[in-house]
Design a protein around this ligand. Structure first.
Ligand SMILES: NC(=O)c1ccc[n+]([C@@H]2O[C@H](COP(=O)([O-])OP(=O)(O)OC[C@H]3O[C@@H](n4cnc5c(N)ncnc54)[C@H](O)[C@@H]3O)[C@@H](O)[C@H]2O)c1
Ligand SMILES: [Zn+2]
Ligand SMILES: [Zn+2]
Length: 364
């Protein structure tokens, strides 16, 4: 099957034929339908985050089940599924307390299957699977828990977005931060994930919703996803501007959705006393944000991380499907460009250049 393989950091992905082994017990072989172009993959391409190389990236995907391994009961061939990049093991402490996005067994095995091995090979060479998904390929083998069924009439490109950006962004607003109606929200970084934080804030009936980005096109786009104010951090002091918009108080909830220590500090500075700062972006390895320690105490700020929108995919994916169907969230409008797998490097050049919305690789 054809896949996009990352052999070395800072080198283009290589589109080539590789081998996919049969699913083992508890695993599912799928044909990928669509895969979203998320910055998390880009962090690996740039070496800002590390992964076992070579690897097949892609963690925002939808697929159709081709065949199932021994003991798989929740899906069958022909089923449409949304792939989860944290397929909870169901047994570790975090799965048991209902926080499967923090699953320990998944973290321990990383980009390999739960038995520590891979199903992807190029000749003798082992290739790892990002997030146990690896959807920048025509096919994949994934754990059963990584397959969340979706009705066959549901659009597969939209389904892919539910696999990461929609769940991560809307979950960050609704589940992690639990934005209150009428409150003021500021979102730093309005790409595929940040736009979903904006629409999550809109869903929560936030009052003022301030979009902050360095790209004017992104800010115009953000106004369609719930922003009431736009701040261009490349030509004004974003913290001062948010203070001004909020009458000197700062925002009740701020979100960092780019991935750098500097933007974490910005999101922290924009929060009001007692405000909640939620960090969604994945900063380059080793970067440390500097927070004035006593300001946490004296200003009672709350600093939180949000991984996968604090979601439990089998619970939240169907909820997002229903919110999309009833018109409460816009996912069609997020998709601004479609690509073939062969164009994946171009898709990441577009992401890097800051083209608006979400790119999606389609396979069917
Ligand atoms: N926590 C999670 O579970 C999770 C899941 C998915 C993605 N992520 C991370 O979220 C981040 C965003 O992902 P994405 O796919 O939306 O990326 P993206 O590239 O689509 O969007 C990033 C946005 O940040 C803006 N930006 C850059 N520098 C900025 C600055 N100094 N101030 C304000 N805005 C700035 C860019 O113009 C762009 O609009 C990445 O770090 C990604 O890895 C985290
Ligand atoms: Zn993602
Ligand atoms: Zn677990």
């Amino acid at each position: 099957m054809k896949a996009a393989v990352l052999y070395e950091y800072n080198q283009p992905l290589v589109i080539e034929e590789i081998e996919l082994e049969d699913p083992k017990a508890g695993e599912v072989h799928v044909n990928i339908a669509a895969a979203g172009v998320c910055r998390s993959d880009y962090h690996f391409m740039k070496g800002e985050a590390r992964i076992a190389l070579p690897t097949v990236l892609g963690h925002e995907g939808s697929a159709i089940v081709k065949r199932v391994g021994e003991g798989v009961t929740s899906v069958k061939p022909g089923d449409h599924v949304i792939l989860s990049f944290v397929p909870g093991c169901g047994r570790c402490h975090f799965c048991l307390i209902g926080r499967s996005n923090l699953c320990d067994a998944h973290a321990a095995t990383g980009p390999y299957m739960y038995d520590g091995t891979t199903r992807l090979y190029k000749g003798e060479q082992r290739i790892s699977h990002m997030g146990k998904v690896a959807c920048f390929a025509e096919e994949a083998v994934v754990p059963e828990a990584g397959c969340v069924p979706v009705s066959s009439d549901f659009p597969m490109d939209v389904a892919a977005l539910i696999g990461c950006s929609a769940t991560t962004g809307i979950g960050a607003a609704i589940l992690t931060a639990a934005v209150e109606a009428g409150s003021t929200v500021a979102v730093v970084g309005c790409g595929g994930v940040g736009l979903n934080v904006l629409q999550g804030a809109r869903l929560a009936n936030a009052g003022r919703i301030i979009a902050v980005d360095i790209n004017e096109g992104k800010l115009e786009f953000a106004m369609k996803f719930g922003a009431t104010h736009a701040v261009n951090a490349s030509d004004e002091d974003a913290v001062a501007r948010v203070m001004e918009i909020t009458g000197g108080l700062g925002a009740d909830y701020t979100f960092e959705v780019f991935g750098s220590a500097r933007t974490v500090e910005t999101a922290y500075a924009m929060a009001r006393k007692g405000g909640t700062v939620t960090v969604v972006g994945i900063a380059p390895m080793g970067e440390e944000a500097s927070i004035n320690a006593v300001s946490l105490t004296r200003n009672e700020k709350v600093l939180k991380g949000s991984y996968y929108g604090s979601a439990r995919p089998p619970v939240e994916f169907p909820r997002l499907v229903e919110m999309y169907r009833s018109g409460k969230i816009d996912l069609d409008g997020l998709i601004t460009r479609r690509y073939r797998l062969e164009q994946i490097n171009e898709a990441y050049d577009d992401l890097d250049r800051g083209d608006v919305g979400r790119g999606v690789i389609t396979f069917q």
